[in-house]
Structure formats: structure tokens, C-alpha cells
Write a protein that binds this ligand. Sequence first.
Ligand code: ATP
Length: 140
Amino acid sequence: MKRDFAVIGLGRFGGSICRELSMEGMQVLAIDNDEDKVNEYKNIASHAVIADSTDEVTLKELGIKNIDHVIVAIGDNIQASILTTVVLTDLGIKKITVKAQNDYHEKILNKIGADQVVHPERDMGKRIAHNIISSNILDY
Ligand code: ATP
């Protein structure tokens, strides 16, 4: 089933999500306020646009309300990440996944209504630690 996604922030994390979803045949709207990043994803995502995601009017104009699942992959700029999430929850987006930069950021995102908060570095660290333990057990 083809579903509509939007990825906001095309850094390493958001870019990788955008690439994978597109490769799986999903419709992806890629958004970043950096022109170079948007140009990089022009031929990968279904649509790639330069926009400031903290601007509610702009997001409305982009038709974000019709999108099933929005991924906010802005990490370093915590203020922009929080503002974007607030705008998306106000617009009544069905599912919002947000990348958190630290525990404090994660706490705020949960409070303001993000459906799923991910912490890629921490989560990947946990997975790798478990993989190391299980491969060590197999080695003995
Ligand atoms: P990563 O760790 O995933 O590589 P990064 O360090 O490259 O991330 P971040 O600062 O986390 O970059 O931001 C990710 C992307 O979000 C950047 O490409 C940045 O241009 C974009 N971005 C930041 N603020 C906004 C905003 N207000 N609107 C749209 N895009 C934004």
C-alpha cells in the first residue's frame, strides 16, 4: 500500500529515512530550509521543497494536512524542532515522529504531543551493544 510521508530536515538521519521510504515506493515530501539539501533530494523524493517548517502558513500551503505520517528530523536546532512539532500537532497530523537530540528534548516532545520520539544515536548504541553481547555468547 502506497502511503504519504513528509520528512522535515534532510541531514544524515532525515536524508536516510527519505531515501529508504522512496526506495520502498512511498510518496515522500522532502522539506529543508537549506537549498543544497533540497537539491540533493530532488531526484529521490516525490517532491522536495525549500521551506521553513516552523512557519504554519507555509506547511499548510504545502498540503501537509493530507499527509499520513510526518517525520521531524531536525536535531541540532532544538527550538526549530519543537516549534515544528507544535505546528504539526496544531494542524492535527495523524502521526508525528520526531528525532530527539537529548533526554530533555525528548521529554518536551512527548509533552507537546509527538506520537513517537526517536533518539537514533542512543537507540543504535543499545542495539549494537546487544549485538556485541550475543555475538560474544555465540563465540564461546
Ligand atoms: P544529522 O545528525 O541527522 O546529520 P544534521 O546535524 O545534519 O543532522 P540538524 O541540525 O540535525 O543537521 O538538522 C537537520 C536538517 O534540518 C538540516 O539539513 C537543516 O537544514 C534542517 N533544518 C533546520 N531547521 C529547519 C527549519 N526550520 N525548517 C526546515 N529545515 C530545517
